[in-house]
Design a protein. Structure first.
Lengths: 301, 1045
């Protein structure tokens, strides 16, 4: 796989589709939640409107260079993660920039945005931002562990680290999906997935319902808009990896939309049912329930 | 040549002459004494030279014109000549040293001194057993007299106790002689040996009595309370004679008598020696009085020589070299230390801090300690090397282990003392008086010169190279002469030295050595740039640092176990001195040294076991060690090396040592020194490969140790409040990764380990320098006391930022390459479980790294730091070089790794990488560093451009200008979230970092000290008790030896 200039517009197209899909998806999920509560809910394009509004606001201040760069790191992380992974299987057009590296690149690039964001938030000087980072990093160490084990299990299973190859080996009927050929790994990964989606019971990092806490505390206007953009892209980029590794990937956009929606809904369902964990509780939860599954999966492969 | 009879007669005659002089002719008397001592020394030196040049052969001199058994005969050979030279020199220098006291006491004291020296020579020369008894009696009487020279009020009582015990000893000796004469009909020692005294009826008992009496003169444990009291209370110049000369003479007497009893008595001698060596060293642990400590140490050293004498059956022609090396080193060092103690008036160990006023005396002190401990280049080192090898060859492993254990304890208390001397405050008004009488100082320096000459001599006599002929060592020692020059000059010279040595040596390096060599020599040069920030002379820094670098560079060049071990010891000692320089580093430097020497002794034992009698054991022969020994050799060496890489369990020395070291020392000992352990492991694993012990694969165990170190090192780093300690713990984790990579025993595992060598050097050095610079400016290392320094110290911030991105393995920097190789490596690993620990350890690095950068540079700036400037220029320079290196290494890792990858093919042909253009592929995946860098940069730049476009009028607002929980913040201190940063994490996983290892080693230390403290109460100070000790000792040895014979 080599670089050609045409991949740049193609990649931008992927980005465009994913942003729009993500905005709609988030609005749709919010609407479902509202309807369950017998409320009307937001407009389907409310997220688009909010984003445009925030980008247009001009009352911005900054706390320093890192503060300024924080959202750039964050969104760069999301965009990079999306583009380092092929979106559609078998499509030259939507294989994006995956020539740069394999699964391991995607796995580690997840941290690029998180780290930069944390640094930016740190410079805001706001203690709540730092507390959020402390909680987020703490939870991440164990939440990511089952996923890492599952990835290891899957690469052992397919004897490759190339995402495209992993998808190609799952073709030919849904029974070939990793979900069925290596259920333990998928179970471990899906539990880990819950931890990375910032939804209950693992959302104490941002604690969105109470006082604002976490990295966004001091961010506003276009900074916040960039972070919102990332919140749209990043979960989808992550889900794409899950989809490719465990659920046979997607060969067309409709399948893509469907699978992403369904995988996303797992975390939504769990979040609606369970109350929030404290950080130490979630660390223990991952270690007790998710990690053993991951260990079994690598021993079983 | 002067006849031995004259040698004995001259002092005797002069002593009589002194008796006839008038009391007031003090100076004349002193002149006569001095002249006699000088002549005696010259005469004996003449003999030594004669024997050394080979022009003389060992000769027996008969007295009274008849051969033995009708008259007494004296023997003169190289051994006797060297020993009487030692005795006479000790006498001569002590006479010089005692000038004031002797003039005060007058001619009688001088006569007694002459008699003492003469009698000691007699013990050495005589071949007649009754004559031996007579000389021993003379020594007893003169010793009793000389003890009284001291001003100490306890001296008379000590002398009296000595006399009581000596009478007991004399009785035993005399009865033994009577029985022996009865059995053999001769008094000549050789005659008795020829008659096989030990085998005759009643002869064994006779020999036992003789032997035990002479051994008792060596003050063996436990029959030595009286001797300790003498050491403690006598005049130091006399203690010097007592320790250096009297012990040597008595030891020689034991060696001389042993053939009478036959070989079956050797184990008895060895056992007594071993027990003395261990017990005396143990008791010395809790001594606070300098002379008593030296007394214990003397007893221990004598015990060690006794062990060597007991092992003579296997030492062959190296017997004299080994025994002589230990004995002479001990004699010179002990005499020197006693003389040194005479310069101080306070007897507490910490009183020696006044030595700091004179760098030369401090140098003398450390030279003596190195002599005693047997560090290279001193004779004890060569002697111990050969002793251990011969013991291992003959399978006497228990003795080997105990000797090394005793030596470790000895090194522990001696270096603890040195640490106190260098680091403790000098006690204010209680400061000891420090008399620098020129003549006394000269005597001390004579001992120093003697010690170093012996080191040179033993190097020449050894079967291997002379350490003092190695260029790097000479270069390092050369800095001792430059101590008076300013830092900038010495620093430039040091850098030039390192770089030139690299330029000379690198063409001969293989790719493996090249990587380590570059990190050590070029890397060392870069770190030394930071040392320009120090002004003044910086006494002691350059010899130590260069000694460490000498050791490191010799290590990677070593082809055989001897040179490897020499290098290992050199780098350990050099780095110990370096670490000791830190303000609070006294206990940490000591724990570093004890662990390092413990590790070194394991390595020594491992090599000795592997060598199996091969004189110069090539490292490449590690692969040919026989199957029954191989796993044990593997374990000994591996544990030794893992002490240096601070693997978990053996790690407790590292955090303190690295954190408390000076700003430019921390990166050296962390970024470079730790690699020595890895290099050792590389050599070991390449040589021995996988080994199994009772079905357990040892590399598998190492895999677990590596993974555990990675996990626990990282976890412990998370909970540190001290920035340098955080970095230090992180090193434990990083070394765990590297160990893990090596233990994988596959191509990519090794590549990863080597990548860690380079990466860890760069980023850990950089981080230590940045944090050091910040600590220098803020005056604290506690992270919660800092904060918001980003705008004041931007360059330091950039270094830390780049550093933590690289450490954490986030693309696009070079840490990611390490992670990518790691994943590819574990896909072919045989064992999967330890990998889980590594997976868990990975993200934990983010925790402590974020904490580091956040609490230092981000968050709220404290009021007292508002005027702070960027770190000193010379601290920033190397950091910026490191930043450039990290960027370059991230883009083109192939420059460093490609050759090494090819080189690994000969060891692990499977699973190499393909280097095509800018992308790298393995059998599982691919990675293109340049593409990643470009993509990330482009995305980043585009987004930044976009943000700047929409947000161009952003207004800078101070950190404090914000609102939280609906209130204004009160003070920066209450607003900076930094202390106990990961509290919830501690709740969840804190249980994993129980300080088990610290507790375990603490318990071992407590146990040693408590048992030493309990058993030393056994020395009550009561003369009758001491006499009972002696009798009990005799009875116990009798029962044991008769039982075993």
């Amino acid at each position: 796989m080599n670089f050609e200039w045409i991949q740049i517009p193609y990649s931008l197209l992927t980005l465009f589709i994913v942003i729009n899909y993500g905005l709609l998806l988030n609005a749709f999920i919010a609407k479902i939640a509202a309807r369950i509560g017998r409320r009307h809910g937001i407009h389907l394009f409310q997220n688009h409107i909010d984003l445009i509004k925030n980008y247009s606001l001009r009352t911005s201040i900054t706390h320093g260079v890192m503060f300024y760069l924080g959202p750039v790191f964050r969104l760069g992380g999301g965009v990079g993660l999306l583009l380092f992974v092929p979106t559609l299987y078998g499509s030259e057009m939507f294989s994006n920039l995956s020539f740069s590296g394999d699964l391991i690149l995607a796995l580690y690039f997840v941290f690029f945005g998180a780290l930069g964001m944390a640094l930016g938030a740190g410079e805001s000087g706001h203690p709540h931002a730092a507390i959020g980072v402390s909680r987020g990093l703490s939870q991440m160490t164990t939440a990511e562990l089952p996923f890492a084990l599952a990835v290891f299990s899957v690469s052992l299973q397919y004897q490759t680290l190339s995402i495209t190859e992993i998808v190609s080996l799952q073709q030919g009927g849904f029974l070939n999906w990793t979900l069925f050929t290596n259920p333990l790994a998928v179970a471990a990964a899906m539990l880990s997935f819950l931890g990375s989606m910032m939804r209950p019971p693992f959302d104490v990092v941002l604690a969105p319902q109470e006082i604002p806490i976490g990295p966004p505390t001091e961010y506003h206007s276009s900074y916040l808009a960039m972070m919102q953009t990332n919140r749209t892209i990043f979960p989808i980029a992550k889900i794409v990896i899950y989809m490719n590794l465990f659920f046979g990937g997607a060969a067309s956009w409709p399948v893509f939309f469907l699978k992403v929606f369904l995988i996303y809904m797992v975390s939504v369902f769990v979040g609606v049912v369970f109350p929030r964990f404290r950080v130490e509780q979630s660390i223990r939860w991952f270690l007790i329930y998710a990690v053993p599954l991951g260990i079994l999966s690598i021993l079983w492969v | 040549m002067v006849s031995p009879l004259v040698l004995l007669g001259t002092p005797l005659g002069m002593a009589f002459l002194l008796g006839m002089l008038q009391n007031r002719w003090r100076f004349a008397s002193y002149g006569i004494t001095l002249l006699t001592m000088t002549c005696m020394s010259l005469f004996s030196a003449d003999w030594v030279l004669g024997f050394a040049s080979g022009s003389l052969v060992a000769t027996d001199f008969s007295t009274a014109g008849a051969p033995p058994p009708f008259a007494i005969s004296l023997r003169m050979s190289l051994t006797e000549a060297s020993l009487i030279l030692l005795v006479n020199l000790a006498g001569l220098f002590s006479t010089l040293y005692l000038k004031e006291e002797l003039l005060r006491i007058g001619r009688r004291g001088m006569a007694v001194l002459l008699i003492d020296i003469m009698a000691l020579c007699g013990i050495i020369l005589t071949r007649d057993i009754f004559n031996l008894f007579v000389f021993f009696e003379l020594v007893v009487i003169s010793t009793g007299g000389l003890v009284l020279l001291s001003d100490d009020q306890r001296a008379p009582s000590a002398g009296f106790k000595y006399l009581i015990v000596s009478q007991l000893i004399s009785v035993l000796l005399l009865i033994g002689i009577i029985f022996a004469y009865h059995s053999t009909g001769t008094l000549n020692i050789d005659g008795m040996a020829a008659a096989s005294l030990g085998l005759l009826k009643g002869g064994a008992l006779a020999f036992f009595l003789i032997l035990i009496a002479v051994i008792s003169e060596l003050k063996p444990f436990p029959a030595n309370g009286w001797a300790l009291d003498i050491y403690e209370s006598a005049h130091p110049a006399f203690s010097a004679i007592f320790s250096a000369a009297a012990s040597s003479a008595a030891l020689f007497a034991v060696a001389k008598l042993l053939p009478m009893g036959g070989e079956s008595w050797l184990p008895v001698v060895s056992s007594i020696g071993l027990v003395s060596f261990l017990a005396a060293n143990l008791f010395a642990l809790c001594q606070e009085n300098d002379r008593r400590l030296l007394g214990y140490s003397s007893i221990a050293q004598t015990g060690l020589v006794l062990v060597v004498i007991g092992q003579q059956d296997i030492l062959g022609e190296r017997y004299l070299f080994i025994a002589g090396g230990i004995l002479l080193a001990h004699a010179v060092a002990k005499a020197g230390l006693y003389w040194l103690s005479g310069l101080l008036s306070n007897r507490h160990l910490t009183a020696w801090t006044v030595l700091r006023q004179s760098p030369l005396l401090l140098f003398a002190f450390i030279s003596f300690i190195a002599l005693l401990v047997g560090l290279p280049p001193f004779p004890g080192f060569y002697a111990k090397w050969e002793l251990v090898h011969l013991l291992a060859q003959e399978g006497r492993l228990a003795i080997l282990g105990l000797v090394l254990l005793g030596a470790l304890v000895e090194a522990g208390y001696l270096f603890r003392w040195f640490g106190k001397v260098v680091k403790r405050s000098d006690g204010g008004e209680e400061a000891a008086v420090f008399s620098v009488a020129p003549i006394k100082t000269l005597v001390v320096f004579a001992a120093v010169a003697g010690g170093w000459s012996l080191g040179y001599l033993w190097g020449q006599l050894s079967l291997f190279d002379n350490i003092l002929h190695t260029i790097p060592v000479l270069f390092a020692l050369g800095f001792l002469l430059l101590e008076r020059f300013p830092v900038w000059l010495k620093n430039s010279l040091a850098i030039v030295g390192l770089v030139s040595y690299y330029l000379i040596s690198y063409p001969a390096y293989d790719p493996m050595q090249l990587i380590f060599g570059t990190v050590i020599l070029i890397g060392g040069g870069v770190i030394l740039l930071a040392s320009y920030s120090v002004s003044g002379r910086r006494m002691g820094f350059y010899p130590s640092a260069m000694l460490m670098f000498a050791g490191l560079s010799l290590l990677i060049e070593a082809k055989d176990s001897f040179h490897f071990f020499v290098a290992w010891e050199l780098l350990t000692i050099g780095s110990y001195f370096l670490i000791l320089r830190g303000k609070q580093s006294e206990p940490h430097a000591l724990s570093y040294l004890v662990f390092s020497l413990g590790g070194a002794f394991l390595i020594l034992a491992g090599f000795a076991l592997a060598a199996e009698g091969v004189e110069l054991f090539p490292l490449s022969s590690l692969s040919q060690v026989t199957a029954d020994k191989a796993p044990w050799v593997f374990i000994l060496l591996a544990v030794g090396f893992m002490t240096k890489t601070a693997s978990v369990g053996l790690h407790i020395w590292l955090p303190g040592a690295h954190a408390e070291a000076e700003t430019d020392v921390s990166p050296m000992v962390s970024g470079i020194l730790l690699k020595a352990g890895l290099y050792g492991l590389v050599v070991l694993l390449l040589g021995m490969g996988k080994q199994q012990l009772y079905g357990v694969e040892l590399t598998h165990v190492m895999l677990w140790i590596g993974a555990l170190s990675a996990l626990l090192g990282n976890l412990m780093a998370v909970f540190q409040e001290d920035a340098k300690r955080l970095l230090a713990y992180s090193s434990i984790g990083q070394m765990g990764y590297a160990l893990f990579g090596l233990a994988l025993m596959n191509h990519l595992g090794w590549l990863m380990a080597l990548m860690f060598v380079i990466n860890h050097y760069i980023y850990k050095s950089m981080l230590f320098l940045s944090v050091g610079g910040v600590a220098k400016r803020t005056g604290t290392r506690l992270m919660y006391q800092m904060g918001g320094l980003i705008t004041l110290m931007p360059l330091s911030f950039i270094a830390v930022l780049i550093g933590i991105i690289a450490v954490s393995g986030v693309p696009p920097l070079s840490g990611f390459g390490g992670r990518w190789i790691f994943y590819n490596a574990i896909l072919t690993a045989e064992y999967r479980l330890p990998i889980i620990l590594i997976f868990l350890a990975g993200p934990i690095a983010f925790l402590y790294l974020f904490r580091l950068i956040h609490t230092l540079f981000l968050g709220q700036l404290k009021d007292e730091h508002r005027q702070i400037k960027e770190a000193p220029f010379w601290l920033i320079v190397p950091q910026m070089i490191f930043v450039a290196c990290l960027m370059a290494f991230a883009l083109v890792p192939g420059v460093a790794l490609r050759r090494f990858d090819l080189y690994l093919n000969q060891f692990f042909p499977q699973g190499g990488l393909n280097w095509e253009g800018v992308s790298i592929t393995s059998q599982f995946g691919y990675w293109s560093p340049v593409s990643i860098m470009v993509v990330v940069m482009v995305i980043f730049a585009s987004l930044l451009g976009w943000l700047i476009f929409v947000n161009r009028k952003a207004q800078k607002v101070k950190q404090f200008n914000m609102v939280f929980a609906a209130e204004r913040p009160y003070r920066p201190e209450t607003t900076h979230f930094a202390w106990n940063f990961f509290a919830p994490y501690k709740k969840a996983l804190g249980f994993l970092i129980q300080p088990l290892a610290t507790r375990f080693w603490g318990m071992v230390m407590d146990l040693l000290h408590t048992s030493a403290d309990l058993t030393r109460r056994f020395y009550t100070g009561n003369g009758q008790t001491y006499a009972i000790h002696l009798l009990a000792f005799v009875v116990v040895v009798y029962l044991f030896s008769m039982g075993s014979l």
